[in-house]
Ligand binder design. Structure first.
Ligand SMILES: Nc1ncnc2c1ncn2[C@@H]1O[C@H](COP(=O)(O)OP(=O)(O)OP(=O)(O)O)[C@@H](O)[C@H]1O
Length: 321
C-alpha cells in the first residue's frame, strides 16, 4: 500500500506508440516518449503542450485507460491498468469535452448514482453533496436534466460528479474549454479552494494559460511526446529570456524615454504620459529601470506586465526546431 510520502504520480521512462495507416503501409507514431516524472501529493501541475504533443495519451496511461508500450507508471501507489477499480476510488477525472453524467437524468440523480457507485455512507453523501452544491452553486439546476444545462452549468456538475468521492488526485483535461470568462473564474476559484481545504492534488491539461497562471505552481511542458520543461511559470519564462514590460504613468507629458539602460521602448500614450519599457529580468531589474525613469520624470503609477505564456511556449518550441 502507498504511504502519504510516496509521490502520487510516478512515471519512469513511460512511452506509448500507435500504429497508424500511412498511405498503403503503416507507421509508428510515438505519442509519449521516455517520460519520467514524480508529482507529490498536494501539488497543482499544469501539463501543457501543443495539439498532438501527447497530453491525453499520458492521462489515459495514468488512469488505466491505455496500456503503456514502455516504462512504468504508478498513480496513488497503484498500477493503473490492473488496479483500475481501486484507482477509481482515489482519482477524479474531468474531461472538458466528454460527460460522465446521465444525459436524461437530473443532476441530483446523477450525483446519487455516483454516490452509490462509490459506496459513500448516507452521511458522507449528504455532507459532500451539500458542500459541492454550495461551493459550485448547483442549487438552481439540481433538478434539471443534464441535456438542458448550459455548458458552464454542465461543467460545474461534471466537476461535482468527479469530486463527489473526495479523490486525492483530480485530473482535468481542458476543464475550462468553451466557458465564458465568469464561468472560468468560478471554476478556478473552486479548484483553488478544494486544494486548499482538502490538500487535493491537481493535474490539468489546458490550452488556456489563465488556468496555468491561476491554478498551477508547477508546469510540465511536452513537445512531440517528450518532456522539455519541468518547473515554475517564472522559470519557464526565464528559459527563453521572455521580456517583461514596465508601464509607467508620468506626472507630465514626457518625450519617449529611449535612453533607459537595459530597456527597449515599447510605445507611449497620451503624449508620453504613459510609457512602456520592455526589459529582460536576466540582465536588469525593475528597480534599476524605475530609478532611471525617475531621473527623467515624476512617476505617479507603475505596473509590470508578465510575459504572455502562449508566447513563452511558442518560443520554447521554436528554440527546439
Ligand atoms: N488512438 C490513437 N491512434 C493513433 N494515433 C493516436 C491515437 N491517440 C493519439 N494518437 C496520436 O498520438 C499523438 C499524441 O496525441 P494526444 O491526443 O496524446 O495529444 P494531445 O497533446 O492530447 O493533443 P490535444 O491537445 O490535441 O488533445 C498524436 O500524434 C495523435 O495523433
Amino acid at each position: 500500500m502507498s504511504d502519504s510520502t510516496d509521490p502520487i504520480i510516478r512515471t519512469e521512462a513511460l512511452g506509448r506508440d500507435f500504429r497508424v495507416r500511412d498511405g498503403l503501409g503503416r507507421r509508428t507514431v510515438v505519442a509519449v516518449d521516455d517520460l519520467s516524472v514524480e508529482i507529490t501529493a498536494g501539488e497543482a501541475v499544469g501539463y501543457i503542450g501543443a495539439n498532438g504533443a501527447g497530453k491525453s495519451t499520458t492521462i489515459k496511461m495514468l488512469t488505466g485507460i491505455l496500456v503503456p508500450t514502455r516504462g512504468s507508471v504508478t498513480t496513488c501507489g497503484l498500477r493503473p491498468v490492473p488496479d483500475r477499480r481501486r484507482l477509481a476510488r482515489e482519482v477524479g477525472v474531468v474531461f472538458g469535452q466528454r460527460t460522465q453524467l446521465w444525459w436524461d437524468l437530473p443532476v441530483s440523480e446523477s450525483l446519487r448514482i455516483l454516490a452509490a457507485i462509490h459506496s459513500l455512507s448516507p452521511a458522507a453523501e449528504r455532507d459532500r453533496t451539500d458542500e459541492l452544491v454550495e461551493r459550485l452553486e448547483l442549487e438552481e439546476f439540481l433538478a434539471t436534466p443534464v441535456r438542458q444545462l448550459s455548458l458552464g452549468q454542465r461543467m460545474r456538475a461534471e466537476v461535482a460528479a468527479a469530486l463527489l468521492h473526495s479523490p486525492r488526485l483530480v485530473i482535468l483535461d481542458e476543464p475550462t474549454i468553451g466557458l465564458d470568462v465568469l464561468s472560468k473564474q468560478r471554476l478556478r476559484e473552486f479548484l483553488v479552494s478544494e486544494r486548499r481545504e482538502h490538500g487535493t492534488t491537481l493535474l490539468l491539461t489546458t490550452h488556456d494559460m489563465g488556468d496555468v497562471e491561476r491554478l498551477c505552481d508547477r508546469i510540465l511542458l511536452v513537445d512531440r511526446g517528450s518532456l522539455v520543461f519541468d518547473g515554475t511559470l517564472a522559470g519557464l519564462s526565464a528559459t527563453v529570456g521572455a521580456e517583461r514590460v514596465m508601464v509607467v504613468d508620468l506626472a507630465a507629458p514626457t518625450p519617449d524615454l529611449l535612453e533607459v539602460e537595459g530597456t527597449v521602448h515599447r510605445g507611449s500614450e497620451g503624449g508620453g504620459l504613459r510609457q512602456r519599457l520592455g526589459f529582460d529580468p536576466g540582465t536588469t531589474t525593475a528597480s534599476r529601470v524605475l530609478a532611471q525613469v525617475a531621473e527623467h520624470a515624476e512617476v505617479v503609477d507603475l505596473a509590470i506586465e508578465e510575459p504572455d505564456v502562449e508566447d513563452v511556449v511558442r518560443r520554447v518550441y521554436a528554440s527546439r526546431r
